[in-house]
Ligand binder design. Structure first.
Ligand code: GAR
Length: 194
């Protein structure tokens, strides 16, 4: 059994989807912890109602990473999955979980990545630039924002009439359809290789 910690800061639709996918499949993957930097984020209540332990940490604590690393080892966390976590992951955690941190980004990287590019900011920029497509990127996390090895991308067609909210809906559907599967495959593949 591999334990994963989901890091999320917002609504938590992907966190819930990941939890449900692994629980329904009785997969060898267990969502063992939610890490969140905002006590009032919707994801906190959602995961608590699924009986997932929640660890709330301050921005200062994230920057140092020490207490977080200790907490992850307490919960025997093997993998970290970022599902809308809006703070930079400290180097201490990146070193401790080398090639074991997976992020989802709501665009076709390298387009619309980097600092400040998250959630609706991404979709607004996509619409402003009259892009004909957008999509999702699932990638490993390294020291640079949105720069790690791409594991999976999927695109969706956009219509000239689409508003940022329409793009968000299309992209979210792709996230819910593919993120759990890609996380599962990545973890299983790495387990089989070792
Ligand atoms: C998702 O669209 C995810 O791709 C994005 O935050 C959203 C979280 O939604 N992540 C980023 O923008 C990271 N740069 P959710 O809270 O409903 O899962």
């Amino acid at each position: 059994m591999k334990n994963i910690a989901i890091f999320a800061s917002g609504t938590g639709s992907n966190a819930v989807r990941l939890y449900q996918y692994f629980a329904e499949k009785k997969a060898e993957i267990n969502v063992a912890l939610l890490v969140c930097n905002k006590a009032d984020a919707a994801v906190v209540q959602k995961m608590q109602s699924l009986n997932v332990p929640v660890y709330i940490l301050s921005n200062k604590e994230i920057e140092s990473g020490k207490g977080l690393l200790k907490k992850l080892s307490e919960y025997k966390i093997d993998w970290i999955v970022l599902a809308g976590f809006l703070r930079k992951i400290p180097d201490l955690i990146i070193k401790g979980y080398k090639n074991k941190i997976i992020n989802i980004h709501p665009s076709l990287l390298p387009k619309y990545g980097g600092k400040g590019m998250y959630g609706m900011n991404v979709h607004k920029a996509v619409v402003e630039n009259k892009e004909k497509e957008s999509g999702i990127s699932i990638h490993l996390v390294n020291e640079v924002y949105d720069d790690g090895k791409i594991l999976f991308q999927k695109s969706c067609a956009l219509s000239p009439k689409d508003l940022a909210e329409d793009v968000a809906k299309k992209v979210q559907q792709l996230e819910h359809d593919y993120f759990p599967k890609v996380v599962e495959e990545t973890i299983n593949q790495s387990t089989n290789e070792n």
